[in-house]
Write a protein that binds this ligand. Structure first.
Ligand code: NAD
Ligand code: ZN
Length: 381
């Protein structure tokens, strides 16, 4: 079969590889019909993430048709159409039992690699380095899905792949980011980053009753898209002073809730990879400085282990609450599928580019360079 594989910094290729097979009785094999490229893939693409090996299959936002199930999988059968969460979770450890699926204790066979620096390991993730399990990813014609009896959600309705695909990651991620922001009525919510995760965080903040939502980025097409969600106001950080604008919008109090949907790429250690933007603001610093005293910082943006310079001064002295984590996708699937079915949200609106696996290398480059109107890429193997 064909798969998109990582060969080093900004080097992704379409390769012929063996088709996956059932390895454990709780596995399923899924023939992939749609699979997206995520901002998290860009951390791998740019070689920020330790534990990548040449030949690793990328991709963690897939869906498709079940073609084979292991003998212990009794909730799925051949022919079922499923969306697959990026988090691989056993469903029975203490963490899964408490709906913290992305912290599953059982699914990272290389847990000691992650624990060496972080003390403990989160769950294994599809296509996300050997540090997080070394699982093959879903930017391929077929995918082996471990713990298939826990993760995948069956889609019985006529909704298109494009409408449901983002249940695999970025819709639950934007939604959990808004939930983690602890939004209350009359709150002002500021969202840094208008990529796919930011777009879903903005829409979720409105769903949760925010009074004012302010989105920050520098890419015109992404700011325009953000403005299309209710009354979202926007700030272009390359043109305006973000702190001043946020104070103007909040009577100098600062936003009650600040969401960092950017992550590593606006951290001091990665900013030098953006040669045209040497002064890109460090988002956590800007958010901690702007946030209302006693407010909340929600951080869906991914930080790689070792990026340790958190702005503890403002966080401690202004009594800010921080909520963060990889998304507990499985905990949100039923609830969010319903919001798509009843028409509250159409996730497919963020798709700007589609192609097949052969287009993958070019699409990685366009998405990475934030080229033209490229907000979200979906590949159809
Ligand atoms: P993306 O790269 O498409 O979007 C990031 C956006 O941030 C871009 O539009 C960029 O212009 C903007 N940006 C960069 N620097 C900025 C700054 N200083 N201020 C404001 N905006 C800035 O990525 P995405 O797919 O939207 O993902 C966003 C983040 O969420 C990534 O870090 C990704 O790894 C993470 N993520 C986390 C989870 C999770 O489970 N927590 C899941 C998926 C993605
Ligand atoms: Zn993702």
């Amino acid at each position: 079969m064909q798969a998109l594989r990582w060969h080093g910094e900004q080097d992704v290729r379409v390769d012929d590889v063996p088709k996956p097979e059932i390895e454990k009785p709780t596995d399923a094999i899924v023939e992939i019909t749609a699979t997206a490229i995520c901002g998290s893939d860009l951390h791998l693409y740019n070689d920020f993430m330790p534990g990548m090996q040449e030949g690793d299959i990328l991709g963690h936002e897939p869906m498709g048709e079940v073609v084979e199930v292991g003998e212990e999988v009794d909730n799925l059968r051949e022919g079922d159409r499923v969306v697959i969460p990026f988090t691989i979770s056993c469903g029975s450890c203490w963490f899964c039992g408490n709906d913290m699926y992305s912290l599953c204790d059982e699914t990272n066979p290389n847990a000691e690699m992650a624990a060496e620096s972080m003390g403990h390991s989160p769950a294994g993730l599809f296509g996300f380095s050997h540090t997080l399990g070394g699982y093959d990813g879903g930017q391929a014609e077929y995918l082996r899905v471990p713990h298939a009896d826990v993760g995948p959600i069956k889609i019985d309705s006529n909704l298109s792949d494009e409408e449901v695909l983002f249940l695999s990651d970025i819709y639950p991620t934007g939604y959990m980011a808004a939930e983690n922001a602890e939004i209350e009525e009359n709150d002002t919510v500021a969202v840094w980053g208008c990529g796919p995760v930011g777009q879903f965080a903005i829409q979720s903040a409105w769903m949760m009753g925010a009074d004012q939502v302010i989105a920050i980025d520098r890419i015109p097409e992404r700011l325009d898209m953000a403005q299309g969600h209710a009354d979202t106001q926007v700030i272009d950080y390359s043109e305006e002073d973000v702190y001043d604008r946020l104070m103007d919008a909040t009577d100098d109090y600062g936003p009650d809730r600040c969401i960092d949907a950017v992550g590593s790429e606006a951290h001091s250690t990665c900013v030098d990879t953006v040669p045209d933007e040497p002064d890109r603001p460090y988002v956590i610093q800007q958010a901690a400085k702007s946030c209302r005293k006693g407010g909340t910082l929600s951080i869906p943006g991914v930080y790689i282990d070792g990026m340790d310079d958190a702005p503890m001064g403002p966080i401690m002295n202004k009594a800010l609450t921080i909520n963060t984590g990889q998304t507990h996708v499985q905990a949100y699937l039923d609830e969010l599928l319903e919001t798509i079915e009843d028409g509250q949200i159409d996730p497919s609106e963020i798709i700007t580019h589609t192609g097949d696996l052969d287009d993958g290398p070019e699409m990685y480059q366009r998405f990475n360079d934030k080229e033209d109107d490229c907000v979200k890429v979906v590949l159809e193997p």
